[in-house]
Design a protein. Structure first.
Length: 370
């Protein structure tokens, strides 16, 4: 049996038809840039998030760098980021001229916490930029308290966690200004690039609205030298359709995750995802297990026709791109350990019971042999 890591299927029933009719509608609308489709999506996503302002932008990376710029983060400032994060987050910090400073995640949750951030705060720290990695919310209460105590800004990267909740509040609404991506494989994914900035601060929202569209304040009036990073209208129309299914798609991910959690507990040396507090809702963008037999397990599953991925095999501080920061092997042992032991299993809405049972059987078979 072949089990893909991820695939788009017609799930829930009729979604594909709804997307196709949205595309036809948009192709006949004759608006193309920043029209009705974008405004409509911004409003519905705002409603979904609980009333925050939403500005659609070109992609998640732009959403991050624009958010940092909106706060005035720039050269001489330090921004705390996870040492195990996705590279885009760190690139965005570098792009605005600030210095990324790594905080270790907690191995159990893959996320940074107030306890791991505190030791790396300096007089130059301007902001903390946590990622709700793999769909699991960070422990926001302590992070927010830390920011208040130290006078720091909080910017969330919620690209992997659309719809995840911490104590009933949706991620993407905790920080002063926050960034997300609608990259196709994300929980809320477009059919191409897309992203958004969210904030409760109308002044910041206004700044972003001008900045992302060449700095335009009124037609042919430019308040600042802005950039071009706009959410595409066609993608916005697709996102409006998919947003209506986001909760049910997330529930499907959660149901599949529960099956893995119940059946893989105690198998071999596997460490399964841990939710550290009650009242936290993980949306399982990825289902990441840990094992010291990672490479052998991945190879074995591949031979059985099961695709898995490693998120991420090389931590940012060991990437050639970040040698300028002066870190080396051993600088961030938790991130390095996670990079060596993590494996993402197939999990996607529409995955069949047969497929999932096959994955579970083969993992069991592997550990019976080692
Ligand atoms: C996908 C992702 C991004 C970047 O999104 P793009 O739209 O590809 O630029 C940023 N941060 C995290 C955590 C992501 O998963």
């Amino acid at each position: 049996m072949q089990v893909p890591f991820f695939t788009f299927r017609d799930f829930p029933t009729g979604l594909q038809d709804q997307i196709e009719s949205a595309l036809v509608k948009e192709s006949r609308r004759n608006q193309f840039i920043l029209g009705t489709a974008v405004t409509k999506f911004e409003h519905s996503f705002s409603e979904y998030l609980g009333g925050t302002e939403v500005v659609g932008v070109g992609n998640g990376y732009d959403a991050l760098s624009i958010s940092l710029r909106a706060l005035g983060v720039g050269p001489g400032d330090e921004v705390v980021v996870p040492s195990n994060g996705y590279i885009a987050t760190i690139n965005a910090v570098q792009q605005v001229g600030a210095t990324p400073v790594f905080a270790e995640p907690e191995a159990q949750t893959f996320n940074i916490t107030a306890a791991t951030v505190l030791p790396v705060i300096s007089a130059r720290t301007k902001a903390i930029l946590p990622i709700h990695l793999y769909g699991q919310p960070c422990q926001m209460k302590e992070l927010l308290t830390l920011c208040t105590d130290k006078g720091l800004e909080l910017v969330e990267d919620f690209a992997q966690a659309h719809g995840a909740r911490y104590k009933g509040q949706t991620v993407g609404t905790f920080g002063k200004i926050n960034a997300t991506s609608f990259y196709p494989t994300k929980n809320l994914g477009a059919l191409g690039d897309g992203g958004a900035v969210t904030t409760f601060d109308p002044q910041l929202a206004n700044w972003v609205r001008q900045y992302h569209n060449y700095g335009q304040s009124e037609k042919y009036q430019y308040a600042m030298a802005g950039i071009n990073s706009r959410l595409d209208s066609v993608q916005a129309e697709v996102l409006s359709v998919k947003l209506q299914h986001l909760n049910s798609l997330n529930q499907e991910r959660q149901r599949l995750a529960q099956v893995y959690l119940q059946t893989l507990r105690g198998v071999g040396d596997l460490l399964l995802p841990v939710i550290p507090e009650p009242d936290m809702e993980h949306v399982y963008h990825l289902f990441v297990i840990r094992t010291h037999f990672r490479d052998a397990l991945q190879q074995y599953l591949k031979e059985q026709g099961i695709s898995t991925l490693v998120h991420y095999p090389v931590p940012p501080h060991l990437q050639p791109a970040y040698q300028n920061l002066g870190h080396q092997k051993g600088s961030f042992p938790v991130a390095e350990e996670l990079a060596k032991t993590s494996l993402s299993l197939p999990l996607f809405p529409g995955m069949t019971e047969q497929e999932q049972q096959f994955v579970i059987e083969q993992i069991n078979a592997f550990f019976e042999k080692v």
